[in-house]
Design a protein around this ligand. Structure first.
Ligand code: ADP
Ligand code: F6P
Length: 319
């Protein structure tokens, strides 16, 4: 392999830049040429490919977002779009591709791998929802952003003796809500993986009030329902008044945490090593604190079991 490329795709995540830097620097260290594809798969279809040098990725390790930009591309999901992308890769003499993104982006990489372009994937999403890896790039930073918000909201909740609902990201995945709720001392946490019962929520809030609790924090993942829907339910069913904060895209931005920069550097460099072995079709990850590569197809197998021990713990600690 003489020349590889790297792209970022799907929802951006803090630490993507650190991963791009690691891919570029490691590739050059290994004597490869490396190109950057701008605007994800859509950019690939449109031929937005540029050669990258050591200096191209200077001064980005500390920056949020992605210097390569990101995109969601409906066209790339079609065979026609994929054929155009492959044509661009061939035109630019690119023999392998590192894809940094979430599981949707990984599916795209699998299509390219099957079509003869070896791809290795680096997990980056604030949702922390990629099968096979304990952590994804961006999760730690987003988690700290949410905790910072919860702490601030707690101050005003205490002063005014109010109940607050904090809506966090996570359409299908509850890790951000669960970890931030546990770390932020939330009284109630709602995640897509676990059915909620409005009566139980009301009971918990009332029992808290009954023993003199003056304020409460509820963290809800957007995939369960919106914060305002939950607020309406609580008013309608129990006359409980709440204030709602929707954290939104603030969770996706900001300078990556040290941890995200470190795993991004490790993942990016390992991706190049795996790609150099030739066949592609692998994802990089972290399992039990160990850096690993595993078959890309493992990502697409939905595991039936979900470890809910942290969810149970959060309930025990917020009685
Ligand atoms: P993420 O990578 O963060 O999960 P998306 O699910 O939006 O984000 O996926 C990013 C992009 O990956 C999509 O816009 C599309 O171009 C590509 N992609 C997603 N699913 C597929 C698929 N099944 N086949 C080919 N490409 C896909
Ligand atoms: O996949 C990451 C994520 O931030 C989800 O948590 C969220 O639901 C979604 O992306 C939002 O995507 P968009 O920025 O396209 O609205």
């Amino acid at each position: 392999m003489k020349k590889i490329a790297v792209l970022t795709s799907g929802g951006d995540a803090p630490g993507m830049n650190a991963a791009v830097r690691a891919v570029v620097r490691k590739a050059i260290y290994e004597g490869l040429e490396v190109a950057g594809v701008f605007n994800g798969y859509q950019g690939l279809i449109e031929g937005k490919v540029e050669s990258l040098q050591l200096g191209s990725v200077g001064d980005i390790i500390q920056r949020g977002g992605t210097m390569l930009r990101s995109a969601r591309s409906a066209e790339f999901k079609t065979k026609d779009g994929q054929a155009k992308a492959i044509e661009q890769l061939k035109k630019n003499d690119i023999e392998g591709l590192v894809v940094i993104g979430g599981d949707g982006s990984f599916r795209g990489a699998w299509e390219l791998t099957k079509a003869g372009i070896p791809c290795v994937c680096v997990p980056a999403t604030i949702d922390n929802d990629i099968n096979g890896t304990d952590f994804t790039i961006g999760f730690d930073t987003a988690l700290n952003t949410v905790i910072d918000a919860i702490d601030k909201i707690r101050d005003t909740a205490t002063s005014h003796e109010r109940m607050f609902i904090i809506e966090v990201m996570g359409r299908d995945a509850g890790d951000l809500a669960l970890w931030s709720g546990l770390a932020g001392g939330a009284e109630t946490i709602l995640v897509p993986e676990e059915k909620y019962n409005i009566d139980t929520i009301v009971e918990r809030l009332k029992s808290g009030t009954g023993r003199g609790k003056k304020h409460s924090i509820i963290v809800v993942a957007e995939g369960v329902m919106s914060g305002s829907e939950l607020a309406s339910l609580l008013i309608e069913q129990a006359g409980i008044e709440t204030r709602v904060s929707v954290l939104g895209h603030i969770q996706r931005g900001g300078s990556p945490s040290a941890r995200d920069r470190v795993i991004a550097s490790q993942f990016g460099a390992r991706a190049v090593e795996v790609l150099m072995q030739g066949s592609g079709g692998f994802a990089i990850g972290m399992r039990n604190h160990e850096l690993i590569e595993y078959e890309l197809q493992e990502v697409f197998v939905k595991s039936e079991e979900k470890d809910m021990s942290m969810y149970e713990l959060s309930k025990e600690l917020s009685i």
